[in-house]
Write a new protein. Structure first.
Length: 61
């Protein structure tokens, strides 16, 4: 299936300073099964994606 087309410019990963966590999240949500990512779902639906929205749909503080 490939990588998410939004991966390279995803502001979530550009602002997250946790390298090991970033790699796990990318493997889980961005590579191959990116349709599971809530950020991807919102963006492709034309909706606003909150900056603090994690790929699993939870929001950070």
């Amino acid at each position: 299936m490939g990588d998410c087309k939004f991966l390279m410019k995803c502001p979530f990963f550009n602002n997250l300073n946790l390298p090991a966590t970033v790699e796990v999240l990318k493997k889980t949500y961005c590579k191959g099964t990116y349709e599971r990512c809530e950020r991807f779902r919102l963006r492709t639906a034309g909706k606003e994606v909150p900056k603090n929205l994690w790929p699993n749909g939870e929001t950070g503080n």
